[in-house]
Ligand binder design. Structure first.
Ligand code: ZN
Length: 428
């Protein structure tokens, strides 16, 4: 102890003041960190506070709780919102943007990219704007793991749930999931996410590919109409007249088309003329294609079932339905219209959809048939498609080769730093 005091005494005034100076610098840096720790939106000394609308909230009580605005300004805001017919919903994000402690702007945003902006100065100006967003391009190439499903493997590879669903729904036209996607099969997907305040508001898929020992499928998005559709390299539509996997959600297949299957309930060998998709009771069953309902009945084995005639040669059967939807015999349905709900009526060991595709009156193996495309591109459209496709095909290659998974283009308004991610110059 004595030694220590002696040592302390040795410190002259210069060292002491240096220590104080050091301390001041640290304090200054800390304060800077603390004050910039709030969400920066890139406009000098501005900060933003977030309020999520709860049920029972109205704008007046939110303004009371969250601001110290004058009664006059509050009145102008609520009247302005009424004039603009703005309705608040639970979950809406209300941001209070300050500049040098002065509340300057309130924004209301929701699940899409539309935002209501309330600018507050001497007066109140309300306008509708598009939310600022970052563009995140994702290129994910993966392989189906041993004993893995497409969904599990894709999710572990980093594909978002929305993109997995889009892949599943589109590829369901061309392949029988899980029977044709086996361990070792490769998949690739290229999609854009529009992200605002760390939330993905929109996902746009541009490219999907699948490589199995039997197939090599590549689909590219082309904006032929307003929404755009997918085509293969030759301009053939990815959407088929019938879907091989009709359900909209990724499911597992419990039993495949098999002419010599031993029936689990009846015990003897009886052809399994369809594919069984295991799904929860109540899962909506969409029609596999456009057509007319020709049967809506109860069969001993099938339970509640529906048959749809699609054209001169194709029809489909949906069995073990728990509940029928509104369509009756003779009604016309479009591909994707919900015709009933998954159940386990008839001979079924568990809830599933039994799906059959018939060609010229006979049940066929969905794996073995090549279904016609709904639309193909004309020669002139094909030229335009090739131009649009080449715009991002180069980027896809670049990302594949460079093992780059993500390209982020931050919004100019935001000075966000994306550490460990890549910034490339992309124009799509
Ligand atoms: Zn079955």
């Amino acid at each position: 102890m004595r030694k220590y005091i002696n040592h302390y005494k040795k410190l002259n005034w210069l060292v002491k003041s240096l220590l104080i100076l050091k301390l001041l610098v640290i304090l200054f840096l800390l304060s800077k960190f603390v004050f910039t720790g709030v969400v920066e939106i890139g406009r000098g000394l501005s900060s933003s506070r977030l309020y999520i609308v709860e049920s029972g909230d109205n704008f007046i009580n939110i303004l009371h709780k969250e601001t110290r605005l004058s009664r006059d300004i509050k009145y102008k805001i609520t009247r302005g919102l009424e004039d603009e017919k703005v309705i608040l919903y639970t979950g809406d994000e209300v941001r209070f943007n300050h500049r040098r402690d002065k509340l300057e702007e309130i924004t209301i945003s929701r699940s899409d990219l539309n935002m209501i902006v309330i600018e507050i100065e001497d007066n109140v100006v309300i306008s509708k704007k598009e939310e600022p967003y970052n563009k995140i391009y994702n290129m994910i190439v993966g392989e189906i793991e041993q004993d893995g499903t497409f969904m599990g493997s894709a999710s572990r590879a980093g594909v978002s749930a929305t993109a997995i669903n889009a892949y599943y729904q589109l590829m369901g036209h061309s392949i029988d999931f899980e029977r044709e996607i086996l361990p070792g099969s490769k998949f690739a997907i290229f999609y854009l996410e529009l992200e605002s305040y760390d939330r993905v508001k929109e996902t746009i898929v541009y490219y999907m590919a699948l490589e199995t020992d039997r197939h090599k499928i590549d689909f590219y998005k082309y904006h032929n109409g307003d929404k755009g559709a997918f085509y293969n390299v030759d301009g053939k539509g990815a959407t088929k007249t019938l879907k091989k996997t009709p359900l909209n959600i990724p499911v597992s297949i419990s039993s495949h088309f098999n002419p010599n299957r031993k029936h689990p309930i009846l015990g003897y060998t009886r052809a399994h003329k369809g594919t069984d998709f295991r799904a929860r009771i109540g899962t909506p069953i969409p029609s596999g294609g456009d057509g007319i309902i020709t049967k809506r009945a109860y069969g001993t084995g099938y339970g509640n079932y529906i048959k749809i005639k699609h054209n001169g040669s194709y029809s489909t059967v949906y069995a073990h339905i728990s509940k029928f939807a509104k369509y009756k015999v003779g009604d016309r349905v479009k591909q994707g219209d919900i015709i009933g709900y998954v159940g386990m009526t008839g001979y079924a060991t568990g809830p599933h959809l039994h799906y059959e595709i018939h060609y010229n009156g006979r049940a066929v193996n969905p794996m073995k048939i090549v279904l016609p495309s709904v639309k193909n591109l004309s020669k002139t459209e094909l030229e335009k498609f090739n131009i649009e496709k080449s715009k991002y095909i180069a980027l896809i290659d670049k990302m594949k080769k460079g093992d780059i998974k993500q390209v982020i283009i931050p919004n100019k308004k935001w000075k966000r730093q994306h550490k460990g991610k890549y910034n490339l110059d992309i124009k799509l």
